[in-house]
Write a protein that binds this ligand. Structure first.
Ligand code: UDX
Length: 441
């Protein structure tokens, strides 16, 4: 099939590339010339495992093209995906400016019937706004061209996005016409060899499904973090409790790992946006509000443990940090717990030595650019040189089974704060460490 994907950010680039990999003819459009020129050369704006070779391969065989020319792209396509960003506005709602700008551009340029798909995570009712915006432009031109709206939310996990796209758990399609539904089924059938993976619904329910899924997962995490905090008070072990409750198939093992809070581009933004959507309809979403509050507090739990050990004033103390990204497998630092923890420690006078396999550039140029007293190093053990304690903040594989003797040699004193409960199986107290984790004293 012939597809246009507008927006070469995370969602657009992964979706476009995976559609191309299946043999479709895909044109990815972006208004950022530099980004498009780089993509043509195989230089990607993000790191996602497995994505770069797929982009290069599909560009070479002609199934994937990059351009800034939307008009030409629309003329040769059947389906248009809107996959531009919906950043968080000042009031917590999703900012629809880019989505509606794109809608207007489509209305100005389209020459034939198109299926228009919202892939960006957008508030309930956005498809109606997109439709009205396109229609307005068509009316201005005085032309009558049919088009069909679809909401098709994405459920990609960073670090596993290619696999998630190629083998989806489900493909949610909210379509306003049978014509559009059929087109979407044709497009997605090769990705889910059984049609049972299609979940058809009305457009507003499809838009809501994305928020409900992310809010549910965020709720599981905040719930478990709250249980972990209570475990510490009552002398229980959250790791054992996790296994105890996860074994109930109604609860399940997924997304109940206690830690230093959820981050990333989706959960924090979508939880906030859902709260705002509810507010707009005069509903006070108390549970969703609490999920966010628990997470905000959880991001500082490790810092509080450090203060409890070293005191309020951390002047003269150095902390060696393993992991900056919000989770392993990505260079993404959006809303990463590391940002909050590092800022808190530095504010109290501490020095930081940090190492992350992928996210140090992001940290330097963006998320921690204003933070003084931070040194970036090239290996995990170097980060511990003469440090007062080690902090594990992202559970990258290379951190999971380290040489504890080497850690001990490098640190001033053998103290570990484990924000991801990775090392509790190693009997660190017996190895002479002072070991702090989440949900167990
Ligand atoms: C998430 C959703 O999983 C995905 O379906 C959606 O499309 C986008 O948002 P992503 O943000 O890539 O994906 O990350 P995910 O793997 O879900 O992890 C989110 C955060 O939760 C991370 O910070 C992670 O460390 C944290 N987490 C996850 C926990 O703290 N405990 C858990 O048990 C699971």
């Amino acid at each position: 099939m012939k597809i246009v994907v507008i927006g070469t950010g995370y969602v657009g680039l992964v979706s476009g590339t995976c559609f191309a990999e299946m043999g479709n003819k895909v044109i990815c459009v972006d208004n950022n010339i530099e980004k498009i020129e780089n993509l043509k050369k195989g230089i990607l704006p993000i790191f996602e495992p497995g994505l770069e070779p797929l982009v290069i391969k599909n560009v070479e065989r002609g199934t994937l093209q990059f351009t800034t020319n939307l008009k030409d792209a629309l003329n040769v396509s059947e389906i248009v995906f809107i996959a531009v960003g919906t950043p968080m506005g000042d009031d917590g709602s999703a900012d629809l400016q880019y989505v509606l700008d794109v809608a207007a551009s489509i209305g100005k340029s389209m020459q034939k019937r198109l299926v228009i798909v919202d892939k960006s995570t957008v508030p309930v009712g956005t498809a109606d706004k997109v439709k009205a915006t396109i229609q307005k432009e068509l009316d201005k031109r005085g032309v009558a061209i049919e088009f069909d709206m679809v909401s098709n939310p994405e459920f990609l996990k960073e670090g596993a996005a290619i696999n998630d796209f190629m083998k989806p758990d489900r493909v949610v399609i909210g379509a306003e016409s049978d014509f559009a539904l059929e087109k979407m089924k044709q497009l997605y059938t090769p990705f889910c060899m059984s049609r049972e993976r299609f979940i058809e619904m009305d457009i507003r329910s499809a838009e809501m499904t994305k928020y409900a899924a992310n809010a549910m997962l965020a709720t599981k995490i905040s719930f478990m973090n709250e249980i972990a905090n209570i475990c510490e008070k009552v002398g229980a072990d959250a790791n054992q409790v996790r296994i105890g409750i996860g074994s109930d198939s109604r609860i399940g093992y997924g997304f109940i790992y206690p830690g230093c809070g959820y981050g990333g581009s989706c959960f924090p933004k979508d939880v906030k946006a859902l709260k705002k959507i509810a507010e707009d309809y005069n509903y006070n979403a108390k549970l969703i509000t609490s999920v966010e509050e628990v997470n905000d507090a959880q991001k500082l739990v490790i810092a509080h443990k450090i203060v409890a050990k070293f005191g309020e004033d951390l002047t003269g103390k150095t902390f060696g940090i393993w992991g900056l990204a919000f989770k392993p497998g990505t260079d993404d630092m959006r809303e990463a717990p590391a940002i909050y923890i590092i800022n808190e420690l530095v504010k109290r006078g501490a020095k930081i030595q940090a190492y992350d396999p992928k996210a140090m550039e992001e940290a330097k140029v963006c998320y921690l650019k204003d933070v003084e007293n931070i040194t970036y190093v090239n290996s995990k053990y170097e980060a511990l040189n003469n440090a007062d304690a080690m902090l594990l903040l992202t559970e990258w594989k290379e951190f999971r089974s380290p040489d504890f003797e080497e850690i001990k040699e490098k640190l001033k004193a053998p103290v570990i704060f484990d924000g991801r409960n990775q090392y509790n199986i190693f009997n660190l107290e017996e190895k002479g460490f002072e070991y702090y984790q989440i949900g167990k004293n």
